[in-house]
Design a protein around this ligand. Structure first.
Ligand code: SF4
Length: 376
């Protein structure tokens, strides 16, 4: 099996679901590092990685979806429920700016009273106040709910936001895109096919979006593989407009679902498999938010980019620890042999970026890889 996978990687042919399953369950860590680095090197310089400083600003925790893996939400009128004022949000953005941050991701919940025009006006005001920053205005999941509440189709909703200056609606809220998983843990959130319809409308409106995943709940390997498979097909069907795939890990504290955090090894194995399987994604991003310093090992398992997050109440409520010591995080990446460069927020991509693909590098060097870390 390994030989045929190596051959496919060498020929830049997509690997199959069966091969991804085999890689995850059977292959050695150094092999995963070597193969995922080979795919990474098609698109990126071998010893370079990029990052930016960002904050996920949670403007409300009011949500009616009731996902059992979430420690963040409050039902309306429940103790602790909040909706931040414009000035309170501005205060959080100013804090980010004081840390040299350049990207804000807004994330709330399924608020039963906030219509899409309300969001559009809020985003318009905040963009005007901070024209120098990049914004990811709401996740696909929140967009879907706000469109339904406002009785707008996804096409209409995307247009409303675009007219207000929104440029990105990232693919957050995806967790595991598998119908059985959704039924078990968040039946009120969305159906998988509906998620992709919304994301398609977002891309067709000329807005940018991204791909995300969260692992470490109780999802099966088959459910994880379905997520990657559906995503890879969607990416090809829509002209490869999603620039990046980011994999977080579930934080189980204070949630109804509970459970245990997955190990660093499990995370790195999955990151590597994702890099190899998602051959049609340019960037694979590793999660400092949920793995801290260990996330940087992901640069040796196919990732090429990461955020240095300043805040995100959603994961912090569930046990994430955010370090503001960015220098020591960057030093860890350097210690692994990477030249780290601060980048600007991505621009939305409007079409196939395959021309950036450097096939010859791969063939010339045949599985060029930096040595895997001695120990995790
Ligand atoms: S994960 Fe998001 S949609 Fe689900 S309950 Fe939490 S805030 Fe609501």
């Amino acid at each position: 099996m390994l030989q045929s996978i190596e051959q496919k990687i060498g020929q830049t042919t997509p690997i199959s679901r069966e091969e991804a399953r085999w890689l995850y369950t059977e292959s050695e860590l150094p092999t995963l590092s070597r193969l995922s680095t080979a795919v990474r090197n098609r698109y990126h310089s071998p010893h370079e990685a990029t990052y930016l400083i960002m904050a996920i600003i949670n403007y409300t925790n009011i949500c009616v979806a009731g996902c059992d893996y979430c420690a963040f939400y409050r039902f309306p009128h429940e103790e602790g429920a909040y909706l931040k004022s414009f000035d309170e949000v501005v205060e959080r953005v100013e804090r980010l700016v004081s840390f040299g941050g350049t990207l804000v991701g807004f994330n709330g919940g399924f608020h039963p009273k906030l219509s899409l025009p309300y969001y559009a006006e809020f985003f318009r005001m905040i963009h005007k106040r901070f024209p120098e920053l990049g914004f990811k205005d709401m996740t696909v999941a929140e967009f879907m709910f706000a469109c339904k509440l406002s009785k707008l189709s996804y096409d209409e909703g995307a247009k409303v936001l675009k007219d207000a200056g929104t440029r990105w609606i990232p693919g957050g809220g995806a967790e595991v895109l598998d119908e059985d998983f959704r039924k078990r843990h968040s039946p009120g959130k969305y159906k998988v096919s509906d998620f992709f319809s919304a994301q398609k409308a977002i891309l067709e409106a000329g807005l940018g979006s991204t791909a995300t995943m969260v692992i470490g709940f109780d999802e099966s390997l088959e459910e994880r593989l379905s997520h990657l498979e559906t995503l890879r097909k969607f990416q090809d069907d829509t002209g490869r407009k999603l620039p990046s795939f980011l994999c977080w890990t579930y934080k189980p504290y204070n949630t109804k679902l509970g459970g245990k955090e997955i190990s660093t090894e499990e995370y790195l194995r999955w990151l590597a498999v994702s890099r190899i399987f998602l051959h049609n994604f340019k960037h694979i991003r590793t999660s400092v938010l949920t793995r801290n310093e260990d996330a940087l090992l992901g640069l040796k398992y196919g990732a090429d980019d990461f955020d240095l997050p300043l805040e995100d109440e959603v994961t912090e409520k569930a046990g994430a620890h955010i370090s503001e010591d960015f220098d020591s995080l960057l030093a860890s990446a350097r210690k692994l042999g990477f030249h780290v460069k601060k980048r600007k927020p991505f621009e939305p991509t409007y079409g196939i970026w395959e021309k950036e693909f450097v096939e010859s590098t791969f063939f010339e060097k045949k599985f060029p890889s930096t040595p895997p870390p001695k120990k995790l």
